[in-house]
Design a protein around this ligand. Structure first.
Ligand SMILES: NC(=O)c1ccc[n+]([C@@H]2O[C@H](COP(=O)([O-])OP(=O)(O)OC[C@H]3O[C@@H](n4cnc5c(N)ncnc54)[C@H](OP(=O)(O)O)[C@@H]3O)[C@@H](O)[C@H]2O)c1
Length: 305
């Protein structure tokens, strides 16, 4: 009991509670320091009471802490963005990837379910093997080709098995102001190089994190549970994406198309992971903007910082 009270005090002192409006809901966000977590805390706080938990405040691999924090906070919704996201490192670190992505997700789902909260889990296009030639629908055959994708899929299974009020949002190629991502990496490389090799045999859809956060907000205010594919619309190869980044930024960088095999990375990637938005269409939501429009906005925003 003493221990539990100490934990609760600990939580009150450390977790950041923001937003508090009449008619708003209480929402707990894991991974609050991550690329998407930070955008979500910002977007949700404008309308709801948000408890953003970083890894230090809530390590999702600790079931009893997850339960205690959720029991004490009594959120109506748990948004679980925390994840082991090092795709290449996961190949040599399988246990850790599964501990965080599968069992961490189980822990958050058990805690949410015990509190009667809706569960929102963020998953990935990497649950698909990339052999398709047309956009993947939500109920297409999943067959991840790397450890990260397998561990995220195991997380999906935990959510589906243990929650009776869940959303699974599969997204792809996320970028934004926070954290590490392809757009920021390209702009950083352009500071020292005039020619850059980029793979042309991986095709997908970039997703602007703030726009994804707005969609997630809309979804979790509904009771339209299930699996959703969410990315900016349109598709491109990483090579085309890099060219668009430099064009939008007005940088004269030459981008050379190369095959994935040239980079000899530990983890395989799906060659094609474009998502179809059947669930968005059938549930009456609106798709996101075209990826080029969102990218231009992001680059303009970076300029104004
Ligand atoms: N980025 C993409 O392109 C992409 C694509 C598809 C799906 N997703 C999914 O989208 C979600 C958000 O991704 P993101 O881009 O925001 O990733 P991110 O920036 O790497 O954020 C993940 C966060 O999870 C935290 N975390 C890691 N282990 C944890 C643990 N044991 N307990 C609590 N927190 C832990 C990390 O904490 P530290 O900051 O301390 O490391 C980090 O803040 C993830 O579920 C990811 O699988 C991402």
């Amino acid at each position: 009991m003493v221990q539990k009270q100490a934990l609760i005090m600990d939580m009150r002192l450390k977790t950041r509670v923001s937003g508090n409006r009449v008619g708003s809901m209480k929402i707990l966000v894991t991974g609050a320091n991550g690329q998407l977590g930070r955008e979500l805390v910002k977007v949700l706080s404008a309308h709801h009471q948000v408890i953003g938990c970083t890894r230090n405040e809530l390590d999702v691999t600790d079931l009893s802490k997850a339960r205690d924090i959720v029991q004490e906070a009594r959120p109506e919704i748990v948004v679980h963005t925390a994840a082991y996201t090092h795709v290449d490192q996961a190949e040599a670190d399988q246990d850790r990837a599964f501990l965080v992505n599968a069992y961490g997700t189980r822990n958050m789902t058990v805690a949410a379910q015990q509190a009667g909260a809706k569960m929102m889990y963020i998953s990935t296009d990497y649950v698909f093997d990339g052999r398709s030639t047309k956009p993947y629908r939500e109920y297409d055959f999943v067959n991840p080709v790397n450890v990260y994708g397998k561990s995220k899929l195991a997380g999906e299974d935990m959510v589906k098995t243990l929650s009776d009020k869940y959303f699974i949002v599969r997204t792809s190629w996320v970028y934004g102001r926070h954290g590490s991502n392809f757009v920021k990496n390209m702009l950083r490389l352009a500071e020292t190089r005039t020619e850059i090799d980029v793979v042309c045999d991986q095709v997908g859809s970039p997703t602007y994190a703030p726009e994804l956060a707005w969609f997630i907000k809309e979804l979790l205010e509904s009771e339209k549970y299930g699996i959703y594919h969410v990315s900016n619309t349109g598709a491109c190869s990483r090579y085309e994406w890099a060219k668009a980044i430099f064009a939008a930024a007005g940088l004269g960088v030459t981008v050379r198309p190369v095959d994935t095999a040239k980079f000899l990375l530990p983890a395989a990637r799906p060659a094609y992971s474009v998502l179809d938005y059947m669930a968005i269409r059938l549930n009456g939501f609106s798709t996101l903007r075209h990826w080029r429009t969102a990218l231009t906005q992001f680059i303009d925003e970076l300029r104004s910082i």
